[in-house]
Ligand binder design. Sequence first.
Ligand SMILES: [Zn+2]
Ligand SMILES: [Zn+2]
Length: 333
Amino acid sequence: MITPSLSPDVFARYPGLENLGRTATRLHPRPGSVTAAGSHVGGPLRWPADEPWPTCDLPYMVQEEVPLPAELVARLREAESRRTQAHVLADGEVELHEEIARLVGTGFSGWGSVDGGQVVGYRYGPRSHPGPNPMIPLAQLRAVDVPDLPRPGGADLLQVLWCPFEHTVPPWGPTVELRWWREADLTDLRAEPPRGEAGADEYVPRPCRLHPERIVEYPYPDELPEHLRRLVDKHEDYLDTFMAPGWKVGGYARWSLTDVLPTPCPRCAGPTTLALVIDSSERGSARWQPRRADGEPDDDSYEPTEVIVGRYGALRIFVCLSCPDAPFLLDQQ
Ligand SMILES: [Zn+2]
Ligand SMILES: [Zn+2]
């Protein structure tokens, strides 16, 4: 995959921006066959036979259905029929909604029916895994394939695993484990990983090969020096021009949902490095539309991995390269 290069003209609008460039590797995951030997999303890992497989024991959220009594549904329908405008509630409807919420209980999120069947109330509640739940492989990245991969302690292989559920603790999505290795140390490998609960579809990656490509990114507007930040406000295409969408290693983080948040190491409180962005889509502006070797636009960039995080956002993993075991923190935007 090749990203069309940036016209040098765009820097004329931002004096000094060129000096703030930072490399990133776009991973360009695309569905394909993968093996434990390679870099990929969603495939088998080179896992040492004597290394315990990571598990999760945090509770997660499930949606439960509570059938609503027929007479309550009848009263609701009767009230709705008295509306004079489709979107203006009739007398008594608010009280009925409150009654449904009380009946459904804590975690109430609404009601509905499938194909005109039984009307049910919905609520979210915590549930525990039946036992420590084996995580699933999310990605395996080799430094030889991904030039911007951090290399804590001289590691040249990163494995990312997660528990594919909506957990009850921030950032609410999957729990994540990282493992850093030197490939030369991986000799006696495990044949089959343990299997856990199936998980939510949007957290189970479709196996993808990677087509890594090194690009240069520039800081998120709020992280620019003052004189540049003022210029960005006038040019709304800054983000689409200077920050890449999709899965990537390195580069800069976007802060589209919150203001720029500090990302201190959870152990030493020192600075961290953006190691990996897990993005719901690689689709962005025309500037970042990847092209295949034959020059044609690559149309498979929409949701290549089928992983959707947050509200169609991105999960970012920041690692501390100063602490010996590379602690990390997650941020979801
Ligand atoms: Zn879990
Ligand atoms: Zn640290």
